[in-house]
Design a protein around this ligand. Structure first.
Ligand code: NAI
Length: 381
């Protein structure tokens, strides 16, 4: 599977287009479940597939797939859709590698897809049995813009919204139907059931400009179920929390949860946004009073992190939590591992894999199945 995916990945755009064309042609009713503009959606298919193929041996994969299936209920995904997606996926993969696709490869993909679909469906069925809502409609109670390109939203869910500090949710706005994006919850569960999101505006992004610039108090946002493994590891030990930009959100939630636990030595390192701002300065200014056991350092640039980390010892006895832009997560995780934190003790949310191969292929490359030298790739011209 990995070998065949390596070849297909080179033609990711073509394969994804073929996959959706096949899916919508064979199942016309399915089209309305997807956004009007499919450009981003196509990339997401490959990000998801890549993540699964890279993690085939990962013992956490079944749990991840079950959570994914539970989460997919918000898309109104039914068992028949899983069947249809499987057929279109195999058709697209076969189409993309005509010279190398054989019965053995097809059997491997069919088997893997069956395992994947069964795990996701079992997650969805479990949620159905628990009568868990497919999504939560949440009213925007407050919307503020504490810094350039950042919005803080306070939400009131229609009913009880179960989650743990450090988790994230998928969010959609009625202003942009069917477009869902993940955001970390910026506070631990509260007595009044309200939730907080910190949104950084991504230029050219789809949902973040809507959430920062258009959403108003009184709007309804739709939230999928909370998920993610950046929760406090039990039993709670000394902890290092490392965040950049709005990656501060889940760290703030974890700090709030730590106030309800017996005190442990906690260090936090917050790197300012690329624009130079630390947007939650009101919380940060009063932090010593609320969290007397916390040592917080605010750093103006990520390059200051190595020195800040090396000023401390005893890293091998810490749990570490990292959040921020994907490049920052890899950077900080490597630094922490270098200071002696065992890799199994560093928690962060899933990071999209960097694209390994250039996109866009010419007719010649499309025709010749094996990987070709860079010079015939139009994207490199
Ligand atoms: N659970 C999580 O991991 C969360 C992740 N995020 C992500 O964090 C980002 C926040 O955006 P902004 O606040 O605009 O932050 P930003 O884009 O301004 O970046 C914050 C800091 O990260 C550093 N950084 C960025 N890329 C780096 C790299 N490759 N290596 C080393 N350092 C790097 C920059 O120096 C910058 O100072 C978004 O990508 C968002 O998706 C946000 C919330 C939670």
């Amino acid at each position: 599977m990995r070998a065949s995916f390596g070849r297909v990945e080179l033609r990711a755009d073509h394969v994804a287009k073929y996959f959706y064309a096949h899916l919508f042609a064979a199942n016309p009713g399915v089209r309305s479940l997807f956004p009007a503009d499919m450009t981003e959606q196509r990339d997401r298919l490959f990000a998801a597939l890549t993540a699964v193929v890279q993690r085939l041996d990962d013992p956490d994969l079944p749990g991840y797939l079950k959570a994914l299936g539970r989460d997919h209920r918000k898309f109104a995904a039914e068992p028949a859709h899983y069947e249809a997606v499987g057929q279109s996926l195999i058709a697209a993969l076969r189409f993309a590698s005509p010279m190398t696709w054989d019965a053995e490869t097809e059997a491997a993909w069919l088997g893997a897809y069956k395992v994947l679909a069964e795990a996701m469906l079992s997650g969805a069925e479990e949620a159905d049995r628990e009568q868990a809502p497919r999504w939560w409609d949440c009213r925007v109670l407050a919307h503020s813009r504490p810094a350039r390109g950042v919005a803080v939203l306070t939400l009131a869910p229609g009913g009880h919204f179960p989650f743990r500090a450090g988790q994230f949710v998928s969010v959609a706005s009625e202003r942009l139907p069917h477009v869902w994006r993940p955001y970390s919850l910026a506070a631990a569960p509260r007595a009044d059931n309200t939730l907080e999101l910190h949104v950084s505006r991504v230029d050219g992004g789809l949902l973040s400009p809507v959430l920062t610039d258009e959403v108003r108090e009184g709007d309804i946002l739709r939230l999928g179920p909370a998920t993610g493994m950046m929760t406090l590891r039990e039993p709670v030990r000394n902890a290092a929390l490392v965040a950049a930009g709005t990656g501060w959100a889940p760290v703030r939630a974890l700090l709030e949860e730590l106030t309800h636990r017996p005190p442990v030595e906690t260090r936090a390192f917050l790197v300012a946004r690329a624009t130079g701002e630390v947007y939650d300065d009101r919380t940060i200014r009063g932090i010593g009073e609320v969290y007397p056991w916390l040592n917080l350092q605010v750093l103006s640039r990520a390059e200051r992190l190595p020195d800040a980390l090396s000023a401390y010892a005893g890293w091998e006895h810490q749990d570490a939590y990292v959040s921020g832009p994907p490049g920052f997560i890899s950077y900080a995780t490597d630094l922490l591992a270098g200071t002696g934190v065992p890799p199994g003790r560093i928690r962060h949310d899933p990071v999209p894999l960097p694209q390994r191969t250039p996109r866009g292929v010419g007719h010649a490359q499309w025709f010749l199945d094996p990987r070709q030298p860079q010079w015939i790739n139009p994207a490199d011209r």
